[in-house]
Design a protein. Sequence first.
Length: 317
Amino acid sequence: MPELEPEPEPQPQPQHLRLATVTGSTASYCEGPACDSVTFGAGSSASKPVEFNSVLLIPDLVSATECEQLIADVEQRRRLADDGGGGADGLSAWSRTTYGENWRGFQRYRIPSLSSATAELVGEILRGRLLPFIARELPTVEDYLWARSISACEESGCNLQPPAQRHLGSDLSELPYRFAPQEPAINRYTAGGEFPVHRDEQALTLNVLLKSGSFDGGGTAFWRQDVACGGDPQAPSSVTIHPAAGVGVVFNGKVQHAGRAVTAGVRHVLVFSFSITCSQYVSNRAARRGEVAPQQGPLPGTCEHCEEDCEYNVEYI
């Protein structure tokens, strides 16, 4: 019998298409089995997943159909505003006060002010997808979420004690969370619209671009955590990330970042920065205001410190 030729060894295949384009001389794109990461800084030893000089990219966190649903809701509210629909448009006054006369290049639509279907979907993205993914695939990020939530509580003076809940073995998806002011939200950028250099100051931040190819410019710039830019928008960033639509971009609340200016078209981004909070705090706060702490749905974003949204904003989503 003629000898059989040996079968060629299988060639390694990429796990998936790159989830983002990245620019930056110190940036490194790392592909992983469950998610990818972008690190930036002086060498690989200068980064830790999410915690330091690192951004995670989670594939297919939001489907194309869901992205379209979120965009459609925002555009419907925008049209109501343009037609004189008044305050029901969901447009945050924060975008106006932050940008003054230039606010129209950037508009923020808070999720509680959009449709119930949008609120339900965003709740599913956080509690049904992101948090279970972190608990299942990223144990070090889960550790960081707890540790940073404790620090954020101490820094804000809330006297919250989230570690007690971890000792009881609470599931991440079942815990109460507090969010940065005016979040969760969908940011809408048009020509000239940008977001200045800032830190979110919560434990984690999630950004999701809702549509690719609908704008020029844009992208999210990040600065090394060990080399502060001092808030100068012209300071060269360490890396600028242009993710694909539906990809979850996750990073810590201490890293300086900015939304680069859109030069044409419209860019929509789902954003929320969050920390674990204390369920007892939520119950006590609701009792002071004569309310019943809900198991789901938004809790009004006021607290004992003020009568409007602030850093103590607590919501169930």
